[in-house]
Design a protein around this ligand. Structure first.
Ligand code: FMN
Length: 177
């Protein structure tokens, strides 16, 4: 069962958990992959409620997002085993099936193909409206040094491991019960 929530009135339920990590899940053909994210925000653009995620170029999730055009967000509660977030934040879907390894329970979404995850009950169904790689040259020097120490500013821009910003319409928000 799903209990629908108004995401703009309840954004704190998501934002307050970000610092410990929440899950962003993608699906391309038969592969379902999830990764931990700690950066993101909820707001309004183009008159729509949006979730904005920041995903590094090197993540397997980035390739999947670009193909799928959608994702789900799942937020842990007090019962959630915190080791799920550590595992999904250190293993890549290129090497292993994290959903199977952790025996996570998938729940079909109502408006997109990507499922949610029951063990992290608060779910957002998100459709990507816009994505843009952030420009290393426009970042403050302190951020360049602390977050992107390995980027060589002289190298080809397409190989810089910067974050891409994904702005996605929150189509539905609910708690799986
Ligand atoms: C607490 C935590 C927060 C993280 N936040 C982000 C994030 O916001 N963006 C990002 O690109 N990677 C983030 N990561 C790293 C990815 O979760 C990690 O590289 C993951 O293994 C990528 O999986 P994938 O290759 O299957 O996409 C975070 C990791 C942890 C542990």
């Amino acid at each position: 069962m799903k209990k629908e929530i108004n995401i703009l009135e309840n954004s704190h339920l998501v934002l307050s958990k970000l610092s410990q990590g929440i899950l962003l899940t993608t699906k391309v053909r038969n592969q379902i992959n999830t990764m931990t994210i700690g950066w993101g925000t909820i707001g309004i653009e183009w008159r729509e409620p949006v979730f904005i995620a920041f995903v590094r170029l090197s993540r397997h999730t980035k390739e999947m997002l670009d193909e799928a055009g959608e994702f789900t967000i799942n937020v842990p509660n007090e019962q959630t085993d915190q080791s799920i977030l550590a595992y999904c934040g250190t293993r890549s879907g290129r090497d292993t099936n994290k959903i199977q390894d952790l025996q996570l329970t998938l729940v079909e979404s109502d408006t997109i193909q990507t499922p949610g995850i029951k063990e992290l009950p608060l779910t957002l169904e998100c459709k990507i409206l816009y994505s843009q790689a952030q420009d290393y040259d426009l970042m403050p020097g302190s951020v360049q040094k602390s977050i992107y120490p390995h980027v060589d500013p002289e190298q080809d821009k397409t190989s810089q491991d910067v974050h891409t910003m994904y702005i996605a319409k929150i189509q539905k928000a609910y708690i799986i019960i």
